[in-house]
Design a protein around this ligand. Structure first.
Ligand SMILES: Cc1cc2nc3c(=O)[nH]c(=O)nc-3n(C[C@H](O)[C@H](O)[C@H](O)COP(=O)(O)OP(=O)(O)OC[C@H]3O[C@@H](n4cnc5c(N)ncnc54)[C@H](O)[C@@H]3O)c2cc1C
Length: 473
């Protein structure tokens, strides 16, 4: 039987990141990916001079481990910084119009976006002495700490736009772990942010939002091609079984069935696939994973001549609260965000439809999805004429919904994993959906595997990133 030290099932960003950190430390690792290409949800498409993203379109980073990975993978020169316009503001749909949301805190508080009552409620946050009950939703958490207006105008559209989730059903501890932790440690978000600001000056790297020339595919392609990552595409893992302290893993591969023995197994597939593989080994763990719901999403990429858009497109784009839009959660002005996303004199607008807000989009045909996006955009952006390019990307299971008592579900998963030495579950249903979180979790699982290695610890190589300061804001 073939052998490897670590087998990673799933070559999305979660699996690739774990494999990259392990390979970097000299650990023999193999990645089996069922698809014909690595990257999972992340893919960038070039057509007629437009560059479109199928999933993640940007990376927001403030963690030194992520900076280290990018540097060591040779990706620094490939980064594409946000344009000056995109750094200055974003918009919110309010009262049927787009209203600017300033990025500076002073201007944000002074903004006419919030009523006087809403502002006073916001300023009273440090005086809120209550603590989060178990399983509290994002809506309850934000309303309790910051007031209803902040929920309706900021957090609900943020949760719908970035997590495709429903704030009323999303577990605050799981979806907003840093805010929940600030409350737990400091009793107030404002006090916690202040403390972190002071600490940050001494410890942390700066916050940076960027993509890559060539799009986010540049990141996954670079990791997949890194020496030692051992990627095999077209390998669908069909069976996993404990085997004498390690794991026996079987895949259906282009050449037929392949079986391999690994000391450590990282399942980096979406939760339903992991549940199916673990069903015969641990029915409780499989049920916990099977219970994770996913939301469908559709992306509509529209390419237009600049003069067909009346709006100045002077920002990142806009988010749409549920009271304003029933299906579309947001629209990103990709050509204003990053350079080279559209040919000269053209713009690229990418709309997000569906999520927990409107799961029915999964049943709509492409024409209906495109019509809905354009119908919503036309008056807001003063669109004249039809797009010269239209592309629709669909995800039946775009993102895991951190709904219900999600933090408790993850604790139960953690507890079950203690019975399965050498088994790791690393995908975006655990520890955050963002690319930054996936790269960080890859680093963390590599550290755990290295720490468990039988080799003498003094000689053991470690993933080479500087230690991680307690900084998340
Ligand atoms: C529309 C959209 C926009 C987003 N925008 C952003 C953004 O701007 N910034 C950001 O940080 N994040 C963003 N995200 C989130 C981020 O892109 C995802 O959370 C992340 O890419 C998920 O990576 P993953 O590796 O966990 O899962 P996946 O990408 O789903 O990868 C899982 C892999 O496992 C493989 N697999 C499944 N079953 C098997 C099997 N049996 N054997 C072998 N392989 C298997 C799959 O083929 C797949 O390649 C966005 C997500 C979406 C959907």
């Amino acid at each position: 039987m073939e052998r490897t030290e670590v087998l990673v099932a799933g070559g999305g960003i979660s699996g690739l990141a774990a494999a990259w950190w392990l390979a970097r430390s000299g650990v023999p690792v193999t990645v089996w990916e069922s698809d014909a290409r690595a990257g999972g949800k992340i893919a960038s498409t070039q057509r007629d001079g437009y560059l479109m993203e199928r999933a993640a379109c940007m990376l927001l980073n403030f963690r030194p481990e992520v900076s280290a990975l990018l540097r060591q993978a040779g990706l620094e020169p490939a980064k594409a910084a946000r344009t000056r316009d995109a750094q200055s503001q974003r918009y919110l749909l309010q009262g049927g119009r787009l209203r600017p949301v300033p990025m500076r805190i002073g201007a944000l508080v002074a903004s006419p976006l919030w009523s006087l009552r809403g502002k006073l409620r916001l300023l009273a946050e440090p005086l809120v002495f209550s603590r989060a009950p178990d399983g509290e939703s994002v809506s309850a958490f934000v309303t309790r700490r910051l007031g209803r207006e902040m929920l309706d105008k900021a957090m609900e559209p943020f949760v719908a736009g970035t997590l495709a989730a429903d704030a009323d059903r999303t577990c605050a501890a799981a979806a907003l772990p840093r805010l929940a932790e600030l409350e737990r440690r400091y009793g107030s978000l404002a006090a916690g942010v202040l403390v972190h600001r002071v600490l940050r000056r001494r410890t942390a790297s700066r916050t940076e939002t960027f993509s890559f020339r060539g799009g986010m595919a540049t990141l996954v392609d670079a990791l997949a091609a890194s020496p030692g990552v051992g990627l095999r595409t077209g390998h669908r893992v069909v069976e996993v079984a404990p085997d004498d302290g390690g794991w026996r893993v079987t895949a259906s591969a282009p050449q037929g069935t392949r079986t391999l023995r690994a000391s450590q197994l990282i399942l980096a597939t979406p939760a339903p696939a992991a549940a199916a593989l673990l069903g015969g080994i641990d029915s409780e763990l499989a049920a916990l994973l099977r219970g994770i719901d996913y939301a469908p999403l559709a992306l509509v990429h529209a390419g237009l001549a600049r003069e067909s858009v009346g709006h100045p497109l002077d920002g990142t784009g806009f988010l749409a609260p549920r009271g304003e839009s029933a299906v579309l959660t947001g629209n990103l002005w990709m050509s204003a965000l990053f350079p080279d996303r559209a040919p000269a004199g053209k713009v690229l607008l990418s709309s997000y439809l569906g999520g927990a807000r409107a799961p029915q989009v999964a049943d709509w045909d492409d024409a209906r999805i495109a019509d809905e996006a354009l119908r919503t955009l036309r008056p807001l952006l003063d669109l004249r004429g039809d797009p010269e390019l239209l592309r629709i990307d669909r995800h039946a299971q775009a993102l895991p919904l951190y709904h219900g008592a999600y933090a408790a579900r993850m604790q139960a998963v953690e507890a079950r994993l203690r019975d399965h030495a050498g088994l790791h579950l690393e995908a975006n249903y655990r520890g955050g959906v963002s690319v930054r979180d996936r790269l960080l979790r890859g680093h963390a699982v590599a550290e755990r595997i290295l720490a468990a290695r039988p080799s003498p610890s003094a000689a053991r190589p470690r993933p080479t990133a500087s230690p991680c300061p307690a900084r998340s804001y």
